[in-house]
Design a binder for this molecule. Sequence first.
Ligand SMILES: Nc1ncnc2c1ncn2[C@@H]1O[C@H](COP(=O)(O)OP(=O)(O)OP(=O)(O)O)[C@@H](O)[C@H]1O
Length: 672
Amino acid sequence: MVSFISFHRKGGSILLLCTCLHQTKAHWRESFIFPAFSFTNCVLLYNQVLVATITNHQSPSNLFSEFGFCCFSVHFFSDIRVCGSALISSNQGLLNWVLLVFGPFSHQKTTICPDFLNPKPWLNHLWRKSENIGHRRNSMGKEESPQVTRRTTRSSSSATVGTKTCDSHPLTIKDLVFGEDPISLNDLLSSFPGRRIQILELVRLLGASNSPMLPLFIYGGASSGKTSIVLQMFRHLNRPFVYSSCHTCYSPRILFESVLNQLLLHRKDAANGYSSAKRCERPSDFVNFLREALSNVINNFKGNSGKLGTKKLVGQADGNMVYLIFDNLELVREWDKSSTILPFLFNLYDILKMPEVGLIFVSNTSPDTYYSNMGYMEPIPVHFPDYTEDDLRQILMKNQANRKLYSSFLDVVLRSFCRITRRVDELSTAFLPLFQKYCEPLHDLGVVPNEEMKRRLFSHLQPQIAPSLNEVFKVSSQSSPAAESNKETKKKSSRRKLGVCAEIDELDFHMSTSAKYLLISAFLASRNPATLDASLFDSMGGIDSRKRKRKSSQKSLEKKENAEQEILMKGPGTFPLERLLAIFQCLTSVAEGSIDEEEHGDEGSGVQGGDGGLMSDVLLQLSSLCNANFIVKGGSCPLEGSTRYRSTVCEDMALKVARSLKFPLSKYLYRR
Ligand SMILES: Nc1ncnc2c1ncn2[C@@H]1O[C@H](COP(=O)(O)OP(=O)(O)OP(=O)(O)O)[C@@H](O)[C@H]1O
């Protein structure tokens, strides 16, 4: 055995562990991983172990088929044997995969990694766990199914060779449906708390089987359930579909070939040299091949339903419609430098003119980021809004063995974490070790905690909360690239890590520096409780440590915190002009030097150094920001009669602006 590679899937991400290669991290990345996935975290653990959290929405088998692994096998390990992939604990609805890969490898430098012979305990543990489940799975003859599975039938083109566990049956038309028993609408709805409206809307838009549909555009924040729900919806509907993610299909050719491979029931494997059914680079070729492939599939379905009359065979699809799903569409902009693919995909419906084909685009950016009167019909938008705290509680409570205990745990952590992220994957990942810690003092995990016990458990957990919050904050604000050796790779990797927000460092509109400071000031005024202004800003704009040190009684501190928390929960607050100007002055007094420099050649902006200069056109800037709807007038104060304002920008946007100024916004943001 010369290598161990595991994919550890947690929510929307996969942890990839790998030992034994004499490759540098950069080499790895360039060779196969980097182009295929977005890293969200990447560290080189002792000597030879690469641990990377990569964002991907595929099971390992789909990874194989979609791309990553084939390329890896071809270029790196020409003789690779995949001896088994196993599903490990699906605790809390998380899917954990382990993939074991064995040599021999042709790569000359490959030797047995000493670390692997004596792996750290957790690696050992992972290994044992995967072995156990692997055995159990073999003895049961089928894979354990997680709560919310991704389609695993299209292990199709996996790079597996001659092993028992790999799925090597010849693909048939039946493989175009989800591949597991259909689920009822009720099951679908209860699998995804907080998404009732969206699921019903999607089911309505897809219509009855055989009814043509207009293209759909499903959008919403990361980890808001778009992919899982769409796939599970097809499981419910039992209709044939093709799923391609622009994460793993990161060039037009790979995307086109992935769609065609699925429609042509082609599996990439060693026998065909991991090649696709068709080589297809140009959109025009794709359209021709696609038409042909779709017609065959549709005729096949029509033929089957005609032949079988009303009797439906197991695994047979409902209806003659075929749906093409393009996920993570926002990533196309990153890899399609010619900017032709998006208009092409949006036009596909008109180009194909095949009523039996449904198109579904999934993106985590909104429709306005795509269409610009290009002449194609805009797909019907379906929005997946961010989850509320209550939704998240229901989602996280799902499948908990001891609901009362978990609920008491959520009582102490959920609110604070929700202020930082509402992503299900980030929250579940953060809560896993925290819950373990919370339960440490317990002998019986089935216990129903009383108030005294809750307090004890909380005080045991408390020291872990702040570090964990910081960790989540670092990841979610995407500002902490993992330890990287050189600057160039650091930049590259952080771009990858950012995924959809890859352009986060670059503002896509122009704004003068003072307007940017004003926008940030308004954001802070809306976000922070006014009572904290004095402690957050001193006359030099910095955080006044003196004031913070002032001692208050525990009770008054708590009272103050509660009041502040309440303000936070109400969303962006309104503020008077005076407060905005005061914050603006504090911030700009620190940054004047840099503004001076930057604005020197920018006569038109009318901003000069010095207090008077900076403030001189601030009202003008304010009115521009109001016109652009970055700040809105939020009604007037009934007592004073003066106008109040409210910032409308989200935290991402504010961070983006702050980054463009190299301004440490998070230092000024109130977080409990
Ligand atoms: N309402 C929900 N109920 C249960 N699990 C959920 C829900 N929403 C999201 N999840 C879980 O969160 C994880 C991420 O979801 P998913 O990948 O479907 O999100 P997404 O919106 O497609 O994300 P992205 O935009 O990053 O592709 C999955 O494990 C999914 O099962």
